[in-house]
Ligand binder design. Structure first.
Ligand SMILES: O=C(O)CCC(=O)C(=O)O
Ligand SMILES: [Fe+2]
Length: 328
């Protein structure tokens, strides 16, 4: 048993935000409940099972540092870990979940008012035999920042028990540096010195929030109970998204989303990460409404396409706000 002390679970976002500041994490119980929880879990399980059946499942013995491949699980030898990537493309329930009002509250707090949007949304399944991940921070590949780059929101779709490979953390580690890592071709990334971590046990429906400077890993699973979970990663707008959502988003999904939903996914006027029209149909545009402008030459047939509301005031206002400028 680790002696590391976790914050008590809470249903109060004010307490959750204090815990996030003090511990680098908080456990928000009952974040999703009842029918919504059931629908998210059912959609994830169906998608995951069919990705296995059709031979396109993302599989591994562990999710980080180890070998990961796309394919069919071997009959009778289900690997310990399965990821279901790009959930924003895989069901309306996931988009609806992104609109949970407390996401806005936690993000505004953690990012200190800077503009934010989605960075990734991935289903995580941990089965018996899953090995622990290398202890890492989610921004390990960038220098430490004063304000975290990302907020990881781990939704427990089943209870999280230590023996099921529940997420393990180092409370208060967000205040220091990053966990030491080494790499070998045989082991992948690993921690050269053992690091004490503590499992976050939580009932289904909880979200474990941990910011991107908090040391963590998934645990080892020795249980026959499968851990189903969904990680939603939010980011400050100037950070390169973990998933390139503007390119990944499927055309049919894009067309079914409202302006507000597109903005949650990062389609909005910002000082960085601008999105121009990449087709005459104006697909993947931002709320700034840029025209489609191909290479134009005298005598060539190529033509730009103007859009209604191009460069409108709203886009400019949003951009000014994101730069911290007040209208006056
Ligand atoms: O699956 C887990 O418990 C941890 C996953 C993780 O490290 C991550 O989502 O960044
Ligand atoms: Fe992580």
């Amino acid at each position: 048993m680790s002696k590391l002390k976790l914050p008590a679970a809470t249903r109060d976002p004010a307490q959750g935000k204090r815990d996030l500041d003090e511990f680098g994490l908080c456990v928000h119980e009952g974040f999703v409940e009842g029918e919504q929880l059931k629908l998210i879990r059912e959609r994830l399980v169906e998608q995951a099972d069919l990705e296995c059946e059709y031979g396109v499942a993302l599989l591994s013995g562990q999710s980080r540092g180890g070998k990961t491949w796309y394919g069919h699980p071997e009959p009778g030898a289900m690997p310990g870990w399965q990821g279901i990537a790009g959930l924003y493309n895989k069901g309306r329930v996931f988009i609806d979940y992104l609109k949970h009002p407390l996401f806005a509250e936690y993000n505004a707090h953690l990012f200190r008012g800077a503009s934010w949007h989605l960075s990734a949304m991935t289903g995580l399944i941990v089965r018996r035999g899953a090995e622990p991940m290398v202890v890492h921070v989610d921004q390990q590949f960038m220098p430490r920042t004063e304000v975290p780059a990302y907020l990881n929101c781990m939704l427990c779709l089943t209870d999280f028990e230590e023996v099921m490979g529940a997420t393990r953390v180092v409370p208060k580690s967000h205040l220091g540096g990053y966990p030491p890592q080494a790499y070998s071709a045989e082991r992948g990334a690993y921690n050269p010195e053992p690091i004490d971590t503590v499992a976050v046990e939580a009932p289904a429906g909880s979200v474990i929030f941990f910011e991107s400077r908090t040391w963590h890993q998934s645990g080892i699973s020795t249980s026959d109970k499968t851990r189903y979970s969904l990680t939603t990663l939010w980011q400050q707008h100037w950070v390169k998204p973990m998933d390139n959502i503007a390119l990944n988003l499927q055309r049919g999904v894009y067309e079914a989303l409202s302006e507000a939903e597109l903005q949650l996914l990062g389609f909005k006027a910002e000082p960085s990460g601008r999105i121009e029209c990449n087709s005459p149909a104006g697909v993947q545009n931002t709320n700034r409404k840029t025209p489609y402008v191909p290479e134009l030459r005298q005598g060539s047939a190529a033509r730009p396409v103007a859009l209604d509301g191009m460069g409108d005031r709203k886009g400019a206002d949003d951009e000014a706000k994101a730069m911290g400028l007040q209208a006056r």
